[in-house]
Design a protein around this ligand. Structure first.
Ligand code: SAM
Length: 279
């Protein structure tokens, strides 16, 4: 009989945020594979768990996974945990789970906290459809290229970000998504200095620039998706039709631009189209 590999979610800050089942499983397995055994020792102590731990992190994932699979095949039950939240979510574990499944080992999730879901749940942005983008590239050119691919994404987008890159990241987002795009910065969730700030990208960039506390700790950015272009186009046409009934084209385009924030040239072109003056 092979053992079971449990994928156990642990708190993202508040040590009380652990499920009863997670405590039970961590106390009963033969071994806990942890990203950082010293870090996880605090959690084990808080919940009276004395199961032996073994280090399993990014640097030893290939070798470590093979060793864990061997033990599972010998019938041991093993739990995988990471420093915070759900393993595999921007954390190690993918290779191990893949190998376990390929070797016929049963993989059992023990769900619980994850910063992506905690942030989404308190952001107040559309949550019916969303995309988790993890960490953006650290270098500006690569980050901008990735953001440009997301420019027209209509689903709410969720990013993890490191504190020392938050200003650069917000600046690049503003350049790509525009200053009016709604965004939420969820910082230090479930911890003493938990802060959730919402507003336009322009406002958030200003707040974070002026308050260096907002550049500290662990953070998630939740960004509203792009407006539906078809709906947008229909609304622009409607505004231009109404204005063209009262005003010359140039003035109508200028006023519509002020109302909608849309480029004057685009509205002028649309006006030409509507009045049949375009070839
Ligand atoms: N596996 C974890 C999860 O399920 O959320 C994520 C691990 S990833 C290496 C760490 C990143 O998650 C941090 O840099 C931050 O972006 C986010 N994060 C983790 N804990 C957080 C918290 N308490 N508040 C806000 N963001 C957090």
């Amino acid at each position: 009989m092979t053992g079971i590999l449990y994928i156990v979610a642990t708190p993202i800050g508040n040590l009380a945020d652990i499920t009863g089942r997670a405590v039970e499983v961590l106390g009963e397995v033969d071994l806990i594979a942890a990203e950082d055994t010293r870090h996880s020792a605090r959690l084990m102590q808080a919940h009276g768990i004395s199961t032996p731990m073994l280090a399993y992190h990014d640097f030893n994932e290939a070798r470590g996974a093979a060793g864990i699979i061997d033990r599972l095949q010998q019938g041991r039950n093993i739990a995988l945990i990471t420093d915070a939240g759900t393993p595999l979510v921007s954390d190690p574990g993918y290779r191990l789970v893949r190998m376990a499944r390929e070797s016929g080992v049963r993989v059992v999730p023990v769900p619980g906290p994850s910063a992506v879901i905690a942030a989404l749940s308190c952001a107040g942005l559309a949550s019916d459809r969303f995309t988790f983008e993890g960490f953006l590239p650290a270098k500006e050119a690569a980050r901008m290229a990735k953001l440009k691919l997301l420019e027209k994404e209509q689903r709410t987008m969720i990013f993890y970000e490191a504190p020392h890159r938050i200003l650069a990241c917000l600046g690049d987002m503003l350049a790509v998504f525009g200053e009016a795009r709604e965004v939420v910065l969820a910082r230090e969730l479930t911890k003493n200095f938990e802060t959730v700030i919402n507003g336009s990208l322009a406002r958030l960039l200003e707040v974070v620039t002026n308050d260096t506390d907002q550049q500290k700790g662990e953070m998630v950015l939740v960004v509203a998706g792009a407006e539906d272009v078809k709906e947008d186009e229909a609304q622009l046409r409607h505004i231009m039709i109404v204005l063209l009934e009262e005003l010359p084209l140039k003035q109508a385009a200028s006023l519509a631009s002020k109302i909608t924030g849309c480029k004057k040239n685009r509205l002028y072109e649309l006006g030409l189209d509507l009045s049949g003056k375009k070839d």
